[in-house]
Design a protein around this ligand. Structure first.
Ligand code: ATP
Length: 436
């Protein structure tokens, strides 16, 4: 059973070193988190799994890494300076602040219950503003990017010229974004600093709807392939009143969080809005000349935009399991091997010097290909439980028989099955079980 309570994951993340509250020694910093030894590995795996599917396994998508600080003109042209706002209301009784569109009842304060005590809604711009250079004032204001997408649009012509791609093709990016969220919360679901994984896919205008349907299905399948049960996912079409003014259709991929359905990713038809805006503001030509048809056109864009940190929370929640084994509760993270922080744990049965050289040697071979843990403390049963709880798919145990028979035990996390494998075959046996 997946986690039914967010605290199960929050506690595990703290206890095992996935995610810590930021600046905890100072009492923390609201809704900011630090990714610890295991969390940083897992987050990297989430991003790598995305890049593998979206870039490596396709020949029509290239990757970029644009700067976080850039010209404010980007945000002028994209509409973020004028429109990237949330409706903000304050409760005049308890002074708490809410997003009006998140209130179950727009007249009742969810904190203190006051009725009709809200202020008028104000448009609150979500972009973080800072100052570039030593002189404050006009011209020095810059913004931390609130999405990675604009990096793809402003580099459209550069990539077109240098990559030899032509529509349909995509530009992908993974990286940090910042939003001054009014109500961050639910652990790493909504934070002010987070990571996104976005693709802008440029297509001939007439093909927009077909590619939109393609990307909705492809992206949904990505989560299923990485182990989220299909019944915890849904593809929800936006209602007309939810659509951005330029969007010709948007669907959200939602996950069944313990508090209800929540967005993991939005797939949007952005039409030619962004390229046209940047062309108009920059005076540069942002279009494509199709030599085959002798036609010049501004491509339409289909954008699958996912959150890496938010998605990591979903993967953890879906993978969490507790089961009773021999009257004891075993906590297991049934993470897909690609997402698991460690793929293998090498465990010498005892700390005795006699086992160490062989165990170290096996570990050295495996770490050439995989992120591995090496653990020689505590009883073997407790070490297995620890690896189960952090999602390590395989343990390789080196015991005293290993010195005689030249074999080790491979234990599988999910079934707890154990098999004896000759040392010379360990790497192949691990690869076969992991699937890579
Ligand atoms: P929401 O409605 O939850 O605020 P959004 O529709 O504004 O999200 P997008 O602008 O479509 O989000 O961003 C794409 C993805 O980036 C989201 O699906 C989500 O996974 C991630 N994301 C957006 N805002 C945050 C945040 N504050 N914290 C963590 N992830 C976020």
């Amino acid at each position: 059973m997946p986690a039914s309570d967010l605290d199960q994951i929050v506690n595990l993340c703290k206890r095992r070193g996935f995610v810590y509250p930021s600046a905890e020694i100072y009492g923390g910093f609201r809704s900011s988190y630090d990714f610890g030894p295991l969390g940083s590995l897992m987050l990297r795996n989430v991003k790598e799994a995305w890049i593998r599917t979206m870039v490596q396994q396709r020949d029509d998508v290239v990757l970029i890494d644009a700067s976080i600080l850039s010209s404010p003109q980007v945000w002028e042209a994209s509409g973020h300076l004028a429109n990237f706002t949330d409706p903000l209301v304050d409760c005049t009784t308890c002074k708490q602040r809410f997003r009006e569109d998140h209130l179950a009842d727009p007249t009742v304060c969810p904190n203190c219950g006051a009725v009709g005590a809200f202020t008028e809604a104000r448009a609150f711009n979500l972009m973080f503003k800072t100052t570039a250079g030593p002189v404050e004032g006009a011209g020095a204001d810059v913004y931390l990017r609130p999405e990675t997408a604009q990096g793809m649009f402003v580099n459209f012509a550069n990539v077109l010229q240098t990559s030899r791609k032509k529509p349909p093709f995509g530009i992908a990016q993974v990286g940090k974004s910042f939003r001054n969220e009014i109500t961050p919360g639910n652990f790493i679901f909504r934070t002010r600093e987070f990571e996104q994984m976005e693709l802008e896919f440029f297509v001939p205008p007439a093909d927009g709807p077909t590619w939109y349907r393609y990307w909705c299905q492809a992206r949904l399948q990505w989560y299923i392939d990485l182990g989220i049960p299909a019944d915890m996912l849904t593809l929800r079409d936006h209602d007309a009143d939810e659509l951005s003014h330029y969007s010709a259709g948007t669907a959200d991929i939602e996950f069944k969080f313990p508090w209800g359905w929540g967005e993991l990713e939005g797939v949007a038809q952005r039409t030619d809005y962004d390229l046209k805006q940047h062309a108009a503001h920059s005076g540069q030509r942002l279009d494509y000349f199709d030599q085959a048809t002798n036609e010049r056109y501004v491509p339409y864009v289909v954008e699958p935009a996912a959150g890496a940190t938010r998605t990591m929370a979903a993967f953890l929640l879906a993978a969490y399991d507790e089961e009773v084994v021999n009257d004891e509760t075993r906590t297991v993270l049934r993470l897909h091997p690609r997402l698991a922080p460690y793929k293998v744990a090498v465990l010498p049965l005892s700390k005795k010097d006699t086992l160490t050289p062989l165990a170290r040697q096996i570990s050295a071979t495996l770490t050439e290909r995989y992120m591995c843990d090496y653990d020689e403390t505590q009883a073997i049963g407790r070490r297995y439980r620890r690896q189960d709880e952090i999602g390590t798919p395989l343990c390789v145990t080196v015991d005293f028989d290993s010195l005689e028979d030249g074999a080790v035990t491979i234990r599988e996390r999910d079934s707890m099955a154990q098999v004896r494998v000759p040392i010379a075959e360990v790497q192949a046996a691990v690869a076969e079980r992991l699937g890579f």
